[in-house]
Design a protein around this ligand. Structure first.
Ligand code: APR
Length: 252
């Protein structure tokens, strides 16, 4: 049987957990982290994506996130994001958990919901690593949506909290930091309920995100979609080798 047919049958089950990583946004022009040309190749993660780096040089860290925001703002959801968003609206029992902070799933969901004349699901997707369009005050913990360009020419021009003048930081999870409790709890509950996990565009190098797929594989089925090798390949029931933008519209 065609692999994609086999995958389709596994996904027809009642509850599905979809776990996505940077790979689903690659065809939108957002660089991945560990692939060729990946972000961590150009920058050292320790220099940019840690609380220590921010304490040491908030201007440099905001310069990098401001650049990423600008890059993402010029990108559009690709057919992979859109196929997922439509599929989610077409059937119950699917939970999307993403490691991405680029908000392309949210944009695809808004477009799909508008096309159907329904309201987008505010819980879609569960964001394990936060969003670069949200900030958190480093003094009073106030959180807010915060989009658009960031003036990182000096510490004095960096975004600040309107309540206490504290420095805002991107509300994303940095190396060594714990994930947002509510998001992780919702993702783990979805993994417990899931009959099948569909993993798209993640190398599986980072926990606890990768552990969600591994948990489903222990009691259910695992479908992996990726053009390259991933940490899930040896426990996958079906491996679809290819790009998300090309395969997801066919699969879903
Ligand atoms: N379609 C599907 N998958 C793709 C595509 C594509 N067009 N292009 C690349 N990929 C795959 C790569 O083969 C790789 O397996 O996407 C995966 C990207 O893996 P990573 O770059 O490691 O990204 P990710 O797994 O999301 O990283 C997880 O690590 O750096 C932290 O917090 C950061 O959320 C990130 C986490």
């Amino acid at each position: 049987m065609e692999r994609i047919e086999e995958a389709r049958m596994l996904l027809a089950g009642s509850a599905v957990l979809v776990l996505t990583g940077a790979g689903i946004s690659a065809e939108s022009g957002v660089p991945t982290f560990r692939g060729a040309g990946g972000l961590w190749k150009q920058f050292r993660a320790e220099d940019l994506a840690t609380a220590e780096a921010f304490a040491r040089d908030p201007r440099l860290v905001w310069e990098w996130y401001g650049w990423r925001r600008g890059l993402v703002a010029s990108c559009r959801p690709n057919p992979g994001h859109r196929a997922l968003a439509r599929w989610m609206l077409s059937r119950p029992g699917v939970t999307l958990v993403t490691q991405n902070v680029d908000a392309l799933h949210e944009r695809a969901a808004r477009e799909a919901a508008t096309a159907l004349g329904v309201a987008p699901d505010p819980a879609y997707p569960i964001r394990l690593h936060g969003s670069i369009h949200h900030v958190r005050c480093t003094t009073c913990d106030f959180r807010a949506e915060h989009d658009g360009p960031v003036d990182a020419t000096s510490v004095d021009t960096l975004p600040r909290c309107p309540h206490c003048e504290g420095l805002y930081r991107p509300d994303v999870v940095w190396f060594g930091e714990s994930l947002p409790d509510a998001a992780l709890a919702a993702a783990m509950a979805a993994a417990e309920r899931a009959d099948t996990c569909l993993v798209i565009g993640t190398a599986g190098a980072v926990q606890p995100a990768a552990g969600l797929a591994q948990a489903v594989a222990r009691h259910g089925a695992l479908v992996v979609l990726d053009p390259g090798a991933t940490a899930f390949d040896d426990i996958a029931d079906v491996k679809l080798t290819g790009a998300a933008g090309a395969l997801l519209p066919k699969l879903l």
